[in-house]
Design a protein around this ligand. Structure first.
Ligand code: AMP
Length: 215
């Protein structure tokens, strides 16, 4: 059983690397962004509260996120290990996570920071899109589909872009990261459990570096 936190700004590749870790280690990928987008799509109370905040690039209030994660990590499928992607994002969230883990006797094995450059993140994020059917990820400049407008994996011709991936919103999300999330890097490094990888390297190289850490 391995429990991992992936830290890094929007666009650092946390989602991509978490999906690979999920496959390689057989542990559950928990993305608070994906959970919130599902809440918004379902029109739940939580989704209604989160929608406008997400669209503006701000952070959803800690109490809502902490309640959502607390419920999620107590699910049976997490007993074999999990990767947290997008949580914690503030110091109160990190402190609440510590309490939750201590209460359930769960040990955090690795906190891995993916380090990247802000301007490069804007180009990475604003160009990304995904297949609406199978979720395969693409990028206008770095990874377009082999045949224009057709998904390499499933042949679908429907693609989606995240509503918060336009440049202005991305700048707000990066600001929120530097203001509210960057301080938790020192929170974990002070506790002595932080590793860092260079997120500007090629995707496969980043995966290799992460695998060296997770063993
Ligand atoms: P992500 O997919 O991780 O980039 O998250 C998309 C958006 O969901 C963020 O810009 C926030 O508005 C919201 N969000 C996701 N995770 C959190 C969190 N841990 N705390 C607060 N807001 C979050």
């Amino acid at each position: 059983m391995t429990n991992i936190i992936l830290l890094g700004p929007p666009g650092a590749g946390k989602g991509t690397q978490a999906a690979r870790l999920q496959d390689n280690l057989g542990i559950v990928h928990i993305s608070t962004g994906d959970m919130l987008r599902a809440e918004v799509a379902s029109g739940s109370d939580l989704g209604e509260q989160a929608k406008g905040i997400m669209e503006s690039g701000g952070l959803v209030p800690d109490d809502l996120i902490i309640a959502m994660i607390s419920k999620r990590i107590s699910c049976e499928d997490c007993s074999g290990g999990f990767i947290l992607d997008g949580f914690p994002r503030t110091t109160p969230q990190a402190e609440a996570l510590d309490e939750m883990l201590a209460d359930s006797g769960i040990v955090l094995d690795h906190v891995i920071e993916i380090r990247v450059d802000d301007e490069a993140m804007i180009q990475r994020i604003t160009g990304r899109f995904a297949c609406a059917e199978c979720g395969a990820g693409y990028h206008d400049d770095f990874h377009p589909p082999k045949e224009d407008g057709v998904c390499d994996k499933c042949g679908s011709e429907k693609f989606v872009r995240r509503a918060d991936d336009d440049e202005d919103t991305v700048r707000s999300r990066l600001q929120a990261y530097h203001r509210q999330t960057a301080p938790i890097i020192s929170y974990y490094s002070d506790k002595g459990g932080l590793s860092s990888v260079d997120g500007m390297a090629d995707i496969d190289e980043v995966t290799r570096e992460i695998c060296k850490i997770t063993g």
